[in-house]
Design a protein around this ligand. Structure first.
Ligand SMILES: *Cc1c(COP(=O)(O)O)cnc(C)c1O
Length: 367
């Protein structure tokens, strides 16, 4: 069955999908050029992994370098729609960076609470985009409960993940793009990173919506990917049990560092169980290894949070929990350019012509 695809989508980027988004007035559709990110065929990595076809949905090209720009566009759009003058969010870095940028773009204030271990490039960006950057002590879970309580006073528009429905709507466009970029014949499997589950839930919802509308003829099997150091949902899925919040420390996948995914986590678990989904995790060392591997095989430079889903995919394939004959799409959710890490080496070499030539010949001869 070949779907015709909807004719209602026009224009480019995230707002191409405005007909399925909740921001009715075009004046409230704040944009920095988000969405329309590439869906890359990854034949070298696929061959490496023994997978028939591997697709990478790369979110690095978004305006602040992450998938968060999709939710920020609709969340800040909603703040405008409801007449708020200020927004706020608690963040490990990416959400803060993105909300600060979109709030600035919309002429709104942004009170950003950022994780003290957020990478330097993320902190630099937040400090540039808002005068109201507050660095908090501890991890995300330590502040979010207090902040969630404060939300009820409506002092600002809540741009947090716990209950703002408008954020999740923006992230639906990720799945709409995957469907459209595959000619409305989506992959068999989609691997998505999960912190509290906003991206995962939005992806599941969008594929179901498209299926109900008759635009696609199957809903992909979804895989929830977490860092082992923040794997509350994966544990619950494996044990067939409810989620037990985890006390977590540091993981290189800083954007996935949520030990208590709350109600959204319960929803992810329900979707996984209903939809014959799968969940997996990866250790920090595996994530860093996947980061290098993706960069070297396909030239895609993603941050640890963004590449965690690739590390999980590697593990699931090695354990034969996924069928390598299927078409697999992995969501790589952030650029590597906002990562802070040890610089390989800054000790420079000086050359004369002969030394330079010798080096080039040696390198190219090496196998
Ligand atoms: C926030 C974030 C995610 C996913 O978080 P959810 O809350 O589960 O949607 C994934 N990748 C990056 C880079 C992020 O910043």
């Amino acid at each position: 069955m070949r779907s015709l695809g909807p004719a209602i989508f026009t224009g480019t980027g995230l707002w191409r999908y405005a007909p399925v988004l909740p921001i009715a007035d075009p004046a409230h559709r704040v944009t920095l050029g988000e969405g329309g990110t590439p869906l890359l065929d990854a034949p070298r990595l696929a061959r490496d992994l023994g997978v028939r076809r591997l697709l990478v949905k790369f979110e690095g090209p978004n305006p602040t370098g992450t998938v968060k720009d999709r939710s920020s566009a609709t969340a800040v759009g909603a703040a405008l729609q409801f007449g708020y003058r200020a927004t706020s969010v608690v963040s490990s870095g990416n959400a803060g960076s993105s909300i600060a940028a979109y709030a600035a773009r919309a002429g709104l204030r942004a009170l950003i609470f950022a994780y003290e271990r957020a990478s330097a490039p993320k902190l630099l960006h937040m400090a540039a985009a808002t005068p109201d950057l507050i660095v908090y002590k501890g991890v995300y879970d330590d502040l979010i409960t207090l902040w969630d309580r404060l939300v009820e006073e409506r002092l600002f528009f809540d741009c947090g993940a716990s209950r703002n429905a408008y954020k999740q709507d923006g992230k639906k466009t990720l799945a709409y793009e995957i469907a459209e970029q595959t000619g409305w014949a989506p992959p068999d499997v989609v691997v998505a990173p999960v912190a509290v589950g906003e991206t995962f839930i939005a992806t599941a919802r969008a594929f179901r919506e498209m299926h109900a509308a008759g635009w696609i003829n199957h809903v992909p099997r979804l895989v929830a990917a977490q860092a082992t150091r923040a794997n509350a949902i994966v544990r619950a899925f494996r044990d067939g049990a409810p989620i037990t919040p985890l006390k977590i420390g540091y993981t290189v996948a800083e954007g996935l560092a949520a030990g208590n995914p709350g109600k959204k986590g319960d929803r992810v678990l329900r979707l996984l169980r209903e939809g014959k989904g799968l969940a997996g995790d990866a250790e920090d060392a595996e994530i860093l290894d996947a980061q290098r591997r993706l960069a070297r095989t396909e030239g895609v430079w993603a941050g640890p949070t963004g590449v965690a889903a690739v590390a999980v995919l590697l593990r699931l394939l090695a354990r034969r929990e996924l069928d390598p004959a299927q078409t697999i799409c992995v969501i790589v959710s952030e650029t590597g350019l906002k990562t802070e890490a040890e610089v390989p080496s800054r000790t420079g070499a000086a050359f004369d012509y002969d030394a330079l030539r010798r080096l080039v010949v040696e390198r190219l001869d090496a196998t």
